[in-house]
Ligand binder design. Structure first.
Ligand SMILES: [Fe+2]
Length: 602
């Protein structure tokens, strides 16, 4: 062990900062003596959805959460190697088929800042820096937080530096890779091409394709199977005649359009049965290829445990099929499986490099790793405003009862409690909650706040101890990363998808005591231990971060009541100033394209 490490061991904690940035979903985390103590995406602070900029605000938050100054940081780890990425970008530009205009555009966009120089310049940090590779960061973000003593590890995304899919294994502190598929062959890019063809935004609308799929029939699987040729072992190939991401700034080619026989869907236009059939067929093909590759991985790594990461691992329907029909007994998907989670993986790898031992071997139990309100902050917001509010400080049972009364009345509740979640899902800290038994609730929430496509289902949160009685689920699923059939005798129209499935979050007293208490009281009053749980944000906005963000979203939307820590404000109690200021801010944001709250509402 190096003298430097021994010095850290003697004198202070090993504080490793992990950073992902530059492509989408920038994030920062703090690993303290191998324990994950803080993690947040930059978008929550900047209020720019999927913000890819260097996560300075998330970094500042991580220092604050750890009670650190920059001189306490032992190492900063960056999640990918831009020099390797540069090699791929130059290769794309120089490819013989690339038209001159496209080639110039690629070369213009190529930047190869050394992470070292950005970190030193942006953060003013002068200490040790570790750079990892993109897919190794994905793999580490799943394996080192899985709690498994050993596992097979599969990463699948659009593209990192060169790899798009990797196969590996972990045992103890060791994490290795034995095979990979390289760009341009990519299951992530295949799915993104479908996303673009269906008129949704790439890197954002992939969820929508997955949500649309159950409405369709797999009538186009044969045609779509021309896009992806499955090869022996872990390999597969895209037929590049059908894709234009190498030649144009478009994902799919004219041959792709001809293959499907209809023009691409214009964004926001009507969704027809054909579009639904495309989504279903594309999803079936993805699941089939993934399942084959999962079986191959098991033949090479005959563990009972599988870890998955990368953007494609956020396809919960495919994950569930891999677990149900594949050879592995257990599956761990790190909740921020996309690039934001690379921050966790790079920090974990740096920990291994520095200490020659693994980070904490405990399974990641929760993701309440973001900022919460400071003591007294919400009380000050309330008392200094002219809002009519109810104060439940030191009386949680009454707060819970009052909230359940509103839920039973059919009200939609904004629920802001404790530390914010890390990753794309709201899990009872920054959530919108409602009664899942109400058949009108899906349309009502869409009308009040979400403004999202009516076909997309909302998810249920269920008491962990009772999950098996209401869903075909025999294990905890605390991160909403699996789908299963709803088996509840009571209809749950607001959270049940058209194919009878749902994507439940199981909630326990250990992981989120107040949310569990709310579910218990709702169960006591209704016999239903389930609530509709969706993220607390307007369409196109990041999930709310601060109490002021929550007030702002509440004022702008039609949500009926806001539970803000120990206080409750109902819509009738909103002061005119909140409404006015929120609208003013919304206009300013639309003018500037930036949603950062730079003023106070009070
Ligand atoms: Fe990635």
């Amino acid at each position: 062990m190096s003298p430097q490490i021994l010095e850290w061991r003697r004198s202070k904690r090993l504080n490793i900062i992990g950073i992902s940035a530059g492509y989408h979903d920038s994030a920062c985390c703090l690993l303290q003596d191998g324990e994950l103590v803080a993690a947040a995406q930059e978008e929550r602070f900047s209020r720019i959805k999927n913000d890819k900029s260097f996560p300075k605000q998330a970094f500042r938050y991580c220092l604050q959460a750890g009670g650190l100054t920059i001189s306490d940081v032992s190492c900063v780890a960056f999640y990918e190697d831009p020099t390797l990425k540069l090699g791929r970008q130059v290769w794309m530009a120089l490819d013989g088929d690339t038209p001159q205009g496209r080639r110039d555009a690629i070369l213009d966009r190529i930047v190869c800042p050394r992470p070292e120089s950005i970190i030193r310049r942006s953060l003013g940090y002068q200490g040790r820096i570790e750079v990892t590779d993109h897919h190794l960061s994905h793999a580490a973000s799943a394996y080192y937080f899985s709690g498994f003593p050993d596992a097979a590890v599969l990463t699948v995304d659009g593209v990192g530096e060169w790899p798009t899919t990797t196969y590996g294994s972990g045992r103890g502190r060791e994490l290795g890779r034995f095979e990979q598929v390289d760009f341009p062959h990519s299951l992530g890019l295949y799915y993104s091409a479908i996303t673009a063809y269906l008129g949704f935004e790439v890197n954002e609308g992939e969820y929508k394709v997955m949500g649309l799929a159950p409405y369709g029939n797999p009538t186009l699987v044969d045609r779509l199977s021309k896009l992806v040729q499955v090869e022996p072992k872990g390999d597969y190939k895209l037929d590049l005649n059908y894709f234009d991401f190498m030649r144009q700034d478009r994902m799919y080619s004219d041959e792709f359009i001809a293959l499907l026989g209809q023009p691409p869907r214009r964004p926001e236009s009507e969704l027809t049965q054909f579009h639904m059939d495309v989504a279903r067929s594309a999803q079936v093909l993805l699941e089939d290829v993934l399942l084959q590759k999962v079986r191959y991985l098991h033949s090479r790594v005959p563990s009972e445990n599988l870890c998955m990461a990368g953007g494609v691992a956020l396809n919960v329907v495919a994950n569930s099929k891999c677990l149900k029909e594949g050879p592995f007994k257990r599956l761990f998907v790190q909740p921020a499986a996309g690039d934001a989670g690379g921050a966790l993986g790079s920090a974990a790898i740096a920990h291994v490099r520095l200490t020659e031992g693994p980070p904490s071997r405990a399974k990641l139990k929760h993701v309440y790793l973001g900022p919460g309100s400071a003591p007294g902050e919400v009380a000050q917001l309330m008392t200094s405003s002219s809002a009519r509010y109810r104060d439940f400080r030191n009386d949680e049972p009454s707060l819970i009862r009052y909230t359940v009364d509103r839920l039973i009345e059919g009200k939609v509740i904004g629920w802001y409690q404790g530390r914010m979640e890390f990753g794309p899902r709201a899990l009872g800290a920054r959530s919108i909650l409602a009664d899942p038994r109400n058949p009108e609730m899906r349309d009502r929430i869409n009308g009040l706040v979400k403004m999202r496509e009516a076909f997309r289902p909302f998810a249920p949160a269920v008491l962990e101890s009772m999950a098996g009685e209401h869903f075909d689920l025999d294990h905890a699923s605390p991160f909403m990363l699996e789908v299963c059939q709803v088996t509840c005798r009571q209809p749950l129209p607001a959270v049940t998808h058209v194919d009878g499935s749902a994507r439940p979050q199981t909630v326990s007293r250990e992981s989120n005591p107040r949310f569990a208490a709310l579910l218990e009281e709702f169960y006591r009053r209704t016999g239903c231990p389930i609530l509709l749980n969706t993220s607390f944000n307007m369409r196109g906005e990041p999930i709310v971060c601060s109490a002021v963000d929550a007030v702002n979203c509440f004022a702008l939307s039609g949500i009926d009541a806001l539970v803000l820590e120990d206080f409750i404000v109902e819509r009738s109690g909103i002061p005119p100033l909140w409404d006015l200021q929120a609208r003013r801010m919304d206009m300013r944001k639309q003018d500037s394209g930036v949603g950062h709250l730079v003023y106070t509402l009070f």
